[in-house]
Design a protein around this ligand. Structure first.
Ligand SMILES: Nc1nc2c(c(=O)[nH]1)N[C@H]1C(S)=C(S)[C@@H](COP(=O)(O)OP(=O)(O)OC[C@H]3O[C@@H](n4cnc5c(=O)[nH]c(N)nc54)[C@H](O)[C@@H]3O)O[C@H]1N2
Ligand SMILES: Nc1nc2c(c(=O)[nH]1)N[C@H]1C(S)=C(S)[C@@H](COP(=O)(O)OP(=O)(O)OC[C@H]3O[C@@H](n4cnc5c(=O)[nH]c(N)nc54)[C@H](O)[C@@H]3O)O[C@H]1N2
Ligand code: SF4
Ligand SMILES: [Mo]
Length: 764
């Protein structure tokens, strides 16, 4: 693909009508354009025929699961999976000449889109103190530099080690082992910004912080609720699963301020009616909830189910409640006094629509509830998810076929990274097993999560910031604060395939270490290595990249961690870093002995399609909570009141991005082409603000007396509840206050930002 030489020109932005269906042949065309354009036809063909196949590699996109090996299609991927592969396997390269030609100052003036499109980083580079340009450094010197900084720390807690969710299980396992061998639990990760609220709420209520459904449960459900999620863009193959469920008779309810085309109708490109027909209608009922109204909505549903049951309609599962739960009465008492007027203010939903939702729950004997960032990124997210669990428990919808709770994970291996111990609060049982296996002493006090890491950097409590992938500076809240905080570090290190803004907000010394990508052959230690990953439904399987690496200089993430550990601890260390680096089976044997549910790991992942980790609530209605019961948990109903003249902003993804990686400038389903600085607002709210379609505004957020600003957005009238607005992340991250977090999980609340629109003076 031709690299853009000029940066994004937002004046080319065009706005059309939103689409009425997702995927279809346009999706296939766009996928192929990205794949062939960036990789060339041969590389594209070798990559895509191995994508999500049992003998191939796992898609770098989202964490949606693959069907069983015998049930996979020839092309088992979606448009956005193809884009993810193309982005990694691109022929464009960032080499030493590139860094010589572009100073850090120059790169700072470029967009995230432009930076990413320059291609794969092909050798390690360093930015020395006071230097203006990154320059090449050999691997040995780079490891030595990091080791020197780590050894010089007077306290290991003065270093933090971030992880994004693409890292394989093997790399994640050795990485957390390295960090704990150093003596710290400072392991912030992208999960802190993603499904931390789900993990917290599910652990408290059902005893396991993961979803309780398999792909088969989705296929067999009678009712599927999709809330706070845009699967047509972010988990596109979920639409195939919803289509199967529909064919089996399921009903689908979508709960979302936006009528996302993907949830409304799906044109499956692998089926004739998806190519020439109108596609499959997915949602039977769309509930345009006001942003942050889900807690109130589920309280109303719970109250109505209770009331109906008390009238004798038998819509609750009393046997399940009696045998497996505690706290039912307290929850029921709490809902008997529910303030319906407050429910309507919070949800913006009329009584008839709430009644229709309740009817769907009443009629279904097997209900699956799916959610993503529209639920987890709010101040009351943990309470909302607990309310979802309350409703599921009341109807016995956990631990039976065709039913369950389903937080749909983001990054392809974010769930696996947690399983492998990437967690600032790993339980003592895990640390005990790790210590016993390796004869180390892991610290027990909890480490820094993402927000705490930023605060520590800001306040001068961290000297080293190390990132295994990701784009911490752009993904985190309060961009200006994070950028400034990074400058307080003595050393920042990024293990990164592609250039991004985090590499430009650096410590006094900065390193970029380029790893192999998942699509590439890994010949570390002179043998063909494979890695393993876990999807959103706890299925674990192997992944082997088919492509020649972008450069012979690239090293696997496992190699990078083990080599760094050797440089830091020396050859005689108790942990066998070199043996694990030479043969990843050695890591897998250790995983089998340390990680719960992974006994015999190497053999389990040898099976085609791998294996599914145990999940006691799903498998046997066993709830590993304090008292062995699933817990009903009442929460106060809070209405998020927005001051006059203000809107509630959610920050979301376009169809053409993967988090901070911008694939392109279109958001096809929402009718946007050629730009990203748009804010979607209800037409009546625009009129009330004296604004018209096409006007340009600054977005100004107000939090605890401090104003934050994101400049120059084009307003786009868009159907949604009054008082709500939407704009893309990461452009809007400067508006998200660092201390605006979910209670209980400390997850940034980037879906409920109070803003006002400030007109910009017309420029002639
Ligand atoms: N192509 C692509 N795939 C991806 C990603 C990507 O960036 N691009 N990112 C990956 C990652 S890391 C993640 S976490 C997932 C994210 O997947 P999603 O959670 O689907 O991502 P968002 O774009 O943040 O969409 C949030 C959705 O919630 C809705 N919403 C917002 N606020 C509320 C609310 O208060 N209530 C309700 N009911 N709905 C609300 C929005 O309208 C929107 O439809 O996708 C993963 N997959
Ligand atoms: N306002 C707002 N903020 C959000 C969100 C939101 O909805 N709204 N969503 C949050 C969520 S859900 C998430 S998960 C985070 C995402 O936060 P991150 O995971 O930190 O961000 P990404 O954009 O996924 O990271 C992209 C970078 O990862 C690197 N990379 C890609 N592939 C590889 C690889 O194989 N190995 C290595 N080592 N590096 C690689 C590349 O350099 C690329 O630039 O953002 C969060 N921030
Ligand atoms: S649904 Fe997700 S994992 Fe599957 S091909 Fe698409 S992006 Fe990749
Ligand atoms: Mo995420």
């Amino acid at each position: 693909m031709k690299r853009p030489s000029d940066d994004v020109d937002e004046s080319r932005l065009e706005v059309g009508p939103p689409a009425d269906a997702a995927a279809g042949v346009t999706g296939v065309r766009v996928a192929l354009e990205h794949a062939v354009g960036q990789m060339g036809a041969t590389r594209a063909a070798s990559a895509l025929t191995k994508l999500n196949q049992a003998d191939g590699f796992d898609c770098q996109g989202c964490a949606w699961p693959d069907p069983a090996p015998g049930e996979r299609a020839h092309a088992e991927f979606c448009e956005n999976g193809a884009k993810a592969v193309a982005e990694e396997a691109t022929k464009a390269h960032v080499d030493r000449d590139f860094f010589a030609a572009h100073s850090v100052e120059d790169l700072r003036g470029r967009s995230e889109y432009w930076l990413g499109k320059q291609g794969r980083i092909v050798e390690p580079v360093v930015l020395r103190p006071g230097a203006s340009h990154y320059e090449p450094i050999d691997w040995g010197e780079a490891f030595g530099l990091v080791a020197e900084h780590l050894r010089a720390l007077d306290d290991p807690d003065r270093a933090a080690f971030y992880t994004s969710g693409k890292t394989s299980n093997e790399a994640a396992f050795v990485y957390q082992l390295f960090v704990r061998s150093l003596g710290t639990n400072n392991l912030p990760d992208c999960s802190n910004m993603c499904h931390e609220s789900s993990g917290t709420a599910l652990t408290d209520t059902i005893g396991v912080g993961k979803g309780s459904v398999t792909l088969g449960d989705i296929h067999d459900a009678e009712l599927i609720v999709v809330m706070g999620q845009n699967p047509g863009t972010n988990h596109p193959r979920m639409l195939s699963a919803l289509e199967v469920a529909k064919r089996n008779g399921a009903r689908i309810v979508s709960i979302n301020p936006l009528r996302e085309p993907g949830t409304m109708r799906f044109k499956n490109p692998q089926k004739p009616r998806g190519v020439i027909g109108k596609g499959t209608d997915l949602a039977d009922l769309h509930v345009p909830v006001r942003i942050n109204g889900d807690l109130a909505l589920f309280q109303a549903v719970g109250a109505a189910l209770l009331e109906a049951d008390e009238r004798g309609e038998q819509v609750l599962d009393h046997d399940f409640i009696a045998a497996h739960t505690e706290g039912f009465e307290a929850w029921a008492d709490h809902l008997r006094g529910l303030d319906l007027e407050a429910v309507h203010r919070a949800t913006g939903i009329d009584e008839a629509t709430i009644a229709a939702v309740v009817d769907e729950f009443k009629r279904s004997r097997r209900t699956v509830i799916c959610w993503a960032m529209g639920i987890t990124q709010h101040k009351n997210a943990v309470a909302t998810i607990k309310e979802i669990v309350n409703v599921a428990l009341a109807q016995g919808n956990i631990g039976k076929p065709g039913a369950g709770v389903c937080p749909v994970r983001g990054h392809s291996n974010v769930q696996g990274d947690r399983t492998m111990g990437i967690w600032e609060r790993s339980p003592d049982a895990f640390l005990d097993a790790l210590d016993a296996e390796f004869s180390i002493t892991s610290p027990r006090e909890h480490g820094f999560d993402t927000v705490a890491t930023i605060e520590a950097l800001r306040d001068g409590h961290l000297d080293v910031f190390f990132a295994m992938g990701g784009n911490f500076v752009s993904a985190a809240p309060d961009t200006a604060v994070v950028e400034a905080a990074m400058a307080n570090a003595a050393l920042t290190v990024h293990v990164a395939t592609k250039l991004n803004r985090s590499h430009l907000a650096h410590g006094r010394t900065a390193l970029i270490l380029p790893p192999l990508g998942r699509s590439e052959k890994d010949r570390t230690g002179g043998r063909e290595q494979r890695v393993t990953v876990e999807d959103s439904m706890s299925a674990v399987h192997a992944s082997r990249g088919p492509l020649e690496p972008a450069s012979p200089e690239l090293r696997s993430e496992v190699d990078i961690v083990c080599s760094l550990a050797l440089a830091t601890f020396g050859e005689g260390h108790v942990v066998p870093w070199d043996a694990m680096r030479r043969d990843y089976s050695e890591i897998r044997r250790r995983i089998g002995r340390v990680v719960p549910g992974c006994e015999g790991y190497e053999e389990l992942v040898d099976r085609p399609g791998g294996f599914t980790l145990p999940h006691p609530p799903r498998d046997s209605r066993t709830f590993p909570t304090a008292r062995g019961k699933a817990v009903f948990s009442p929460s106060p109903l809070e209405v998020l009141d927005v001051p006059d003249g203000h809107l509630l902003l959610q920050t979301l993804r376009s169809h053409d991005q993967f988090n901070t990686t911008i694939y392109g400038l279109d958001d096809r389903y929402r009718g946007i082409t050629g730009g990203r600085r748009v804010v979607f607002v209800h037409p009546d709210d625009l009129r009330d603000a004296g604004l018209a379609d096409g006007d340009r505004v600054d977005l100004v957020s107000l939090w605890r007396g401090v104003e934050r600003r994101a400049a120059d957005f084009r307003v786009v009238p868009y159907d949604q509840p009054r008082g709500c607005a939407a704009a893309y992340y990461p452009e809007t991250n400067p508006l998200v206050p660092l201390d605006h977090m979910a209670d209980g999980s400390r997850q940034p609340a980037s879906k409920s930002i109070i803003i006002r629109l400030e007109p910009r003076k017309a420029v002639a």
